[in-house]
Design a binder for this molecule. Structure first.
Ligand SMILES: Nc1ncnc2c1ncn2[C@@H]1O[C@H](COP(=O)(O)OP(=O)(O)OP(=O)(O)O)[C@@H](O)[C@H]1O
Length: 324
């Protein structure tokens, strides 16, 4: 569905300065996949999305999207994809159903066919009760559903969603996700979305692609990335005087990728806490080290980003972007 090679975009900002927003991105997305595209502010997500949806020409590289080349046949790409941007504008004055009908007409459907399709997408996004209202009277979550409905009128095989759940309350976010998952399940739609909510990407998407400073730095299932790149955390509390020995024992029995001693607390990063912890506790006990507390935690996608870049995604966000 998406095949990008060496996709690159530079922006000239001042007389000589150039921002390399996207630097040689290779990406393959197969039909029916749900991919979450993550990265801090300024990482290059929107620029990638705009190139893949033909809104922006690549400086270099190629992309074939839904079987059409973005540079040679942008109209062909646009006819086959749906794009729901961050701020989509359904006009505030038309009724919801009329908005959908006119979108269908804009895609070349006859008046009758556009009406039939409008009713279909109203049903798909459970917007029937709002059909006769104007978008201005809808809640944030309902408006977002209307944005998605508008992106689906022409039955795209591939849907791009830029931050579909941002700015919504937790219940509306869950509701939007329910609809996204259903769309994929019932219609096999390929979905490529950006999100700032790491937990959502973790639990909902089958594939996570992480971009930083214009380059893809990780690509895989959330579980795979966390297992390979971050590892579980094990925290053990001992007497202050025993901490160094507990750390030394950890090096021997737990194969940790990281050991940090902080007062009477020993923090480890290990591949699989559930199999390491019992043995570690047993050896500590037989060495006479008294354990006050022991705790394990699964890694998060932020731990993956930290392992790859030395920064957390959240830190990078507050830095206000890490452009080239
Ligand atoms: N039109 C432009 N002119 C100059 N620089 C640009 C332009 N568009 C984007 N950039 C720069 O390119 C880099 C990538 O921006 P982009 O918007 O793709 O990031 P992003 O990952 O989508 O960020 P966010 O999460 O904040 O939306 C940034 O450094 C940005 O300032």
């Amino acid at each position: 569905m998406i095949h990008a090679r060496g996709l690159t975009r530079r922006f000239k900002v001042k007389r000589r300065a150039v921002v390399e927003a996207v630097r040689g991105v290779d990406l393959d997305v197969e039909q029916g996949q749900l991919v979450a595209f993550l990265g801090p502010n300024g990482a290059g997500k929107s620029t990638c999305l705009r190139m893949l949806t033909t809104l922006l020409r690549p400086t270099a590289g190629t992309a074939v999207v839904a079987g059409r080349d973005v540079a040679r046949d942008p109209a062909g790409v646009r006819a086959r994809i749906g794009y729901v941007g961050q701020k989509n504008g359904a006009g505030a004055n038309f009724r919801v159903r009329d908005e959908l009908v006119s979108q269908g007409r804009a895609y070349g459907l006859s008046r009758g066919a556009a009406r039939v399709r409008a009713d279909e997408v109203l049903g798909l996004l459970e917007l029937e009760p709002m059909a006769m209202r104007t978008p201005g009277t809808l809640s944030g979550g309902q408006r977002r559903r209307l944005d998605i409905a508008l992106g689906l009128v022409h039955r795209p095989e591939l849907l791009f969603l830029d931050e579909p759940s941002t700015g919504l309350d937790p219940q509306s976010r869950a509701d939007i996700w329910g609809h996204i998952l259903r769309l994929r399940e019932r219609h096999g739609t390929t979905i490529f979305l950006t999100t700032h909510y790491l937990e959502e990407a973790d639990s909902m998407a089958e594939r996570v692609v992480i971009i930083d400073q214009g380059r893809i730095i990780a690509d895989g299932t959330a579980e795979g990335l966390k297992g390979d790149l971050a590892g579980d955390r094990v925290t053990v509390g001992v007497e202050d005087g025993d901490a160094a020995r507990a750390a030394e024992i950890a090096e021997r029995v737990a194969s940790p990728s990281e050991v940090v001693v902080d007062g009477g607390t020993v923090r480890l990063r290990v591949a699989r806490a559930s199999s390491v912890l019992p043995e570690y506790l047993r050896v500590l006990e037989s060495a006479g080290v008294k354990v006050r507390a022991a705790e394990t935690a699964r890694p998060t996608l932020d731990d993956v980003f930290l392992a790859l870049t030395g920064r957390t995604l959240l830190e990078s966000e507050t830095e206000g972007g890490v452009g080239a």
